[in-house]
Design a binder for this molecule. Sequence first.
Ligand code: F6P
Length: 476
Amino acid sequence: MSKTSGAGQGVIVVSNRLPVSLECAGGTCHSSPVSGGLVTALTPVLTVNKGTWIGWSGAPDVEGVDAALRLFSQETGYTLQQVGLTHEQIANFYFGFTNQIIWPLFHDSQFECNFNPDYWQTYLDVNALFACKTVESGNADDYVWVHDYHLMHVAKYMREAGDNRRTGFFLHIPFPAVDSFRRLPWRSELLNALLEFDQIGFQTLHDRRNFIQAISILAPHVKVTGRGQVVTAKVGGRTIRIGAFPISIDYKKFYRTARSAVVRKQAQHVHSALPDRKIILGVDRLDYTKGIPHRLHAMQKLFTRYPELRGKLSLLQVVVPSRATIPLYAKLKKEIERLVGQINGEFSEPGYVAIHYQYKNLNFEELLAYYRASNIALVTPLRDGMNLVAKEYCAANVERNGVLVLSEFAGAAAQLRNGAILVNPFDVEGVAAAIHQAYMMDEGERRKRMDRMRESIRKNDIFKWVDSFFASAFAP
Ligand code: F6P
């Protein structure tokens, strides 16, 4: 648990989504907790200090949500407050501004952006709603910690409403290079709104550098000084801390559960279903930033360039449904399915399938069984803030003999370069060669690399991430 939380600091967490999943019908909603690193790390902080989590329920506002959240709050020991959104707000804010402008722009896919001015206005309106709910919540000395690109204007609107509590912001996705960021029609408004937070956190030093460069070009009156993990910026009379805080996972939870009998059995089952071959694993949300078609092309290249590997190696590709109503995502799904069909048509034989493709959600034990059963993990996003699959794979690799092939454009590469084979995901021949290298790697080398990565993840887990963010936020 966070050391800072023990110091009695009240905290309000603000994020687009609440840490619950709700099923509503006929005016009654049932809630179930959502698991994930952020929830695991922040729950103890909020519970100890009876804090508040403010967010959207994930669906249009209906009767019964507030009652379900009150019940959930009684059970968890901290308060959940929803910001209700209309159908139109969801369309223009969530599916529009955040997922068709900020998401592609910040992931270096600027040509996918739909700079619709209506999206911008709704983004401001929804941020004002979140700010308003925050202003009404908690105690006078609470720390307000806002998460991610959906809510970059919250501190600005809080200040305008006279709420001067300390605020922090953490960006879970990359911050783009200034030449991309400048394409945003509302770049100055967004940058100045971010500068209303007292602390701004990024995943990597690279993202922070991009942000500081954006300041130097678009807000030259702001002076940034200092070196190291956290630097300071002076805006008027205010001091803002700007730092790199790489997010992580609950290492012990992954490690312990991966060793459980249930997971061991399921992993054996996966092995016996795919006998006499090495398993390569890909697990990704359906998203064009994950580079799934590029990865499939790399598999095709692998089997063409190294025909001796046909029949000896299968890719198990799990795609987790996401944002499927956005046309680009629907198109991507079709493209993946077409490529899987094409590659299997070319390389599969009776008793051997080159690519096993699954489009579904996995439960925690299933995911860990896949991690345990795989000899190689292919984590090759074209751009990613961090990519926790890379860290989870290592933590769950209790045999310590798996190989991680990791994109140099994932934030995780900054910490896992000590053991992963780093690749450029756009270079399909390079990725094919890396898979071949992973396949040929001797056990001693695999173990040495995996041990190094596991140790760095163990030492820098999600709890350390919370502590380091708060330590900087509360430093004198
Ligand atoms: O990585 C950013 C993020 O917003 C995560 O927090 C989330 O898991 C993922 O993208 C998908 O987000 P959503 O389903 O809310 O669009």
